[in-house]
Design a protein around this ligand. Structure first.
Ligand SMILES: Nc1ncnc2c1ncn2[C@@H]1O[C@H](COP(=O)(O)OP(=O)(O)OP(=O)(O)O)[C@@H](O)[C@H]1O
Ligand SMILES: [Mg+2]
Length: 152
C-alpha cells in the first residue's frame, strides 16, 4: 500500500475508457458529477481495482435500454473529522434482501461466470484505506457508498 494524492475524477475517467466497449455495447449513459480537481488519498493500483469491480457490477446490472451510471463525490464533516463520500449509482435490477445479506460473502455470485470475489476484494481494499463501504437500493437506484477519512 502506498497512499498518494489522487485525482478521483480522472481515475474514474480512465477506468471508463478501459471499460468503454462494455459501456457502449449496452448503450449506458454515464453521469460523472465529480468536480474537477477532487483529490483523495489512496493506493492507485488497489483503489482502481476496487472501482473497476464496482463499475463492472453496475454495467452488468443495468439493462440495454435505459442503463445509467452516476458518480458523485462530496466532503462530509462529522465530529470535527472530515470525510470523503464517493457514490456510484446505477439504475439496474437492484438487490433483493437475500442477495443483500450475501453481497460481501466469499464466492457469492448470481452470475453464470462470476467468481463472487469482486466485492470481497473491493471491501478489503476499502478497509485497507481505513474506509467503509455500503450498498443500498433506493428509488430505483442501487448505490455503492464509500466513505474515506480525509487526511490533511
Ligand atoms: N450494482 C449491483 N446491482 C445489482 N446486483 C449487484 C450489484 N453489485 C453486485 N451485485 C450482486 O452481488 C453479487 C456479488 O458481486 P461480486 O462483485 O462480489 O461478484 P460477481 O460480480 O458475481 O463476480 P465477479 O466480480 O467475481 O466477476 C453479484 O453476483 C450480484 O448478484
Ligand atoms: Mg463483480
Amino acid at each position: 500500500m502506498e497512499l498518494i494524492k489522487t485525482d478521483i475524477r480522472k481515475m474514474i475517467i480512465d477506468i471508463l475508457k478501459l471499460l468503454e466497449k462494455e459501456i457502449n455495447v449496452k448503450n449506458i449513459k454515464i453521469e460523472n458529477n465529480i468536480k474537477e480537481e477532487t483529490f483523495i488519498l489512496c493506493d492507485i493500483v488497489y483503489f482502481e481495482k476496487a472501482l473497476i469491480n464496482i463499475i463492472k457490477n453496475a454495467i452488468a446490472a443495468v439493462d440495454e435500454k435505459n442503463g445509467k451510471i452516476i458518480f458523485e463525490c462530496f466532503e462530509k464533516k462529522e465530529n470535527n473529522k472530515k470525510y470523503f463520500v464517493l457514490n456510484i449509482k446505477d439504475n439496474g435490477k437492484g438487490i433483493d434482501e437475500e442477495t443483500k445479506e450475501r453481497l460481501f460473502s466469499l464466492f457469492y455470485t448470481s452470475k453464470k461466470h462470476g467468481t463472487g470475489l469482486g466485492l470481497v476484494i473491493t471491501k478489503k481494499i476499502i478497509e485497507l484505506h481505513n474506509g467503509a463501504i455500503d450498498i443500498f437500493c433506493d428509488r430505483g437506484y442501487t448505490t455503492v457508498n464509500i466513505i474515506l477519512e480525509r487526511g490533511e
